[in-house]
Design a binder for this molecule. Structure first.
Ligand code: AP5
Length: 213
């Protein structure tokens, strides 16, 4: 099964992708996570991506397309995968088509902008394994520590309100048109993001099971 999550920054794509990945045993490929990993390691890719990410802008298409093309060739993708945060522009979606990758289902998680700005301030990520938490909506058992690997939790530099607003602007301008792109192919389903993670998960899994028949 090849699934894609679309949605504004902070809509809950990564959170749902993590849950769906465990349930169906297929890997999640998040360009944001891959770029943050490169930044943490201080590689050339990470250094060049940092200025775009910290400002809330998109990393150039050619860079992320190259990352995805390389990643999808790995063995763990042969029985399916979840794309989280890619594609983010129409040229990226066209590049995916040109790679011969035919998505089964594209799930767009819808959350109003006002909710996103307040939600982002409470997000925490694990430094070691990248798992996502929220201080109110999805807290870890021990404050500041990851439930899965005991890694330290941190706040992303691009989760400050000014940068979140710029990311929302970029989303509406460059990424939202992808909803029409995949709707016209008959692949798009919409899930209304709920107040609680588990409620969004129930709607997401129902959409997937409906597709699987
Ligand atoms: P990326 O990491 O992909 O960021 P994003 O798309 O902005 O999405 P987020 O990770 O911020 O949010 P999410 O929807 O996954 O939400 P989450 O589940 O964490 O990209 C970062 C940057 O990298 C980009 O800005 C860009 O510069 C660059 N980049 C990446 N891909 C690129 C590409 N293809 N092309 C060009 N540049 C690219 O949830 C958010 C918070 O809310 C969490 O704390 C969570 O616990 C909580 N939460 C989740 N669901 C709920 C719920 N239902 N109720 C309450 N709280 C919830």
């Amino acid at each position: 099964m090849k699934l894609m999550f679309l949605g504004a920054p902070g809509a809950g794509k990564g959170t749902q992708a993590e849950i769906v990945s465990e349930k169906y045993n297929i890997p999640t490929i998040s360009t944001g996570a891959l770029l943050r990993e490169a930044m943490a390691k201080g590689t050339e890719l990470g250094k060049s991506a940092k200025s775009y990410i910290d400002a809330g802008n998109l990393v150039p298409d050619s860079v992320v397309i190259g990352i995805i093309e390389h990643r999808l060739k790995e063995d763990d993708c042969k029985d399916g995968f979840i794309l989280d945060g890619f594609p983010r522009t129409v040229p990226q979606a066209q590049a995916l088509d040109a790679m011969g990758v035919n998505m089964d289902l594209v799930i767009s998680i819808e959350v109003p902008d006002e909710k996103i700005v307040t939600r982002m301030g409470g997000r925490r990520l694990c430094k070691k394994c990248g798992s996502t938490y929220h201080i109110l909506y999805n807290p870890s058992e021990t404050e500041g520590k990851c439930d899965k690997c005991d890694g330290e939790l941190y706040t992303r530099a691009d989760d400050v309100p000014e940068v979140v607003k710029e990311r929302l602007h970029v989303y509406h301008d460059q990424t939202e048109p992808l909803k029409d792109y995949y709707a016209s192919k008959g692949k798009l389903v919409t899930v209304e993001g709920q107040e609680q993670v588990a409620d969004t998960t129930a709607l997401t899994l129902a959409a997937i099971e409906k597709f699987r028949g």
